[in-house]
Design a protein around this ligand. Structure first.
Ligand SMILES: Cc1cc2nc3c(=O)[nH]c(=O)nc-3n(C[C@H](O)[C@H](O)[C@H](O)COP(=O)(O)O)c2cc1C
Length: 217
């Protein structure tokens, strides 16, 4: 089984989501021996935002006349989308910044959202092509959003990730959440405790575990 571990927090050693992804990956490896791990630290090295240079993978017929810069950016997009598609399990550290995800994480999503690779359009609408994966989102939030209708409407982090991974065809999206971490030490300890329990409960099968073990045999 292949696991892709992604961090995007800018807070280094003080990051809550990094602490959670580390624990999730350790727990997953302990319960799924033989799992190999690829690591992406998007705060250390993120793809650039989409531009005319990096949009090359969407240009279609113009692909013949790509500039050197466009070819370089295409190669990076290809590396990122192939790495994502090869993973059976993707663990995504996703802090809540300004009601959404870090722009570094959005830049990665923009590179892997490729027609023909992670989704396609048909006469009946969009179809996800990255089926069979498990995604585990490590969500860290200063405030509390999950317990009220108003809170849930305000956040565009978990809801966005559910939408975009669902659009890619992934039905097994699990959330490990530590929220209210900026609301005092007691609230933070409580949030980390709840996240710890959620991590222990993750030990159930990945969506494509059966296929992954057949492939490994
Ligand atoms: C730039 C920035 C923006 C933030 N915006 C929000 C926000 O909109 N809502 C919120 O509840 N907390 C917000 N916070 C608090 C973070 O969600 C909280 O510190 C969380 O632990 C961040 O995850 P991390 O520690 O892995 O970076 C923000 C923090 C930073 C640094």
């Amino acid at each position: 089984m292949k696991l892709l571990h992604i961090d995007s927090s800018i807070m280094g050693g003080n990051s809550v989501s990094r602490q959670l992804t580390e624990r999730i990956v350790a727990e997953w490896q302990a319960t799924h021996p033989g799992t190999t791990v690829d690591y992406l630290d998007l705060a250390a090295s993120a793809p650039s935002h989409l531009s005319i240079e990096s949009l090359g993978f969407r240009l279609g017929p113009q692909a013949e006349s790509l500039s050197d810069a466009q070819r370089r950016e295409n190669a990076l997009s290809e590396t990122l989308v192939s790495q994502f598609l090869a993973a059976d399990v993707v663990v995504v550290g996703a802090p809540l910044y300004n009601f959404s995800i870090p722009s570094q994480l959005k830049a990665w999503i923009d590179r892997i959202a490729q027609a023909g690779r992670t989704f396609k359009y048909t006469e009946k609408g969009a179809v996800g092509l990255a089926t069979g994966k498990t995604v585990i989102v490590a969500s860290s939030r200063g405030g509390v959003y999950s317990t009220s209708e108003v809170g849930r409407a305000l956040e565009h982090q978990e809801s966005y990730l559910q939408t975009v991974f669902g659009f890619f065809g992934i039905t097994d999206v699990r959330i490990v959440r530590a929220e209210g971490v900026a609301m005092g030490d007691a609230k933070k300890a409580e949030a980390l405790d709840a996240a710890g329990h959620a991590i222990k409960a993750l030990s159930t099968s990945a969506a494509n575990e059966a296929q992954a073990s057949v492939a490994a045999a």
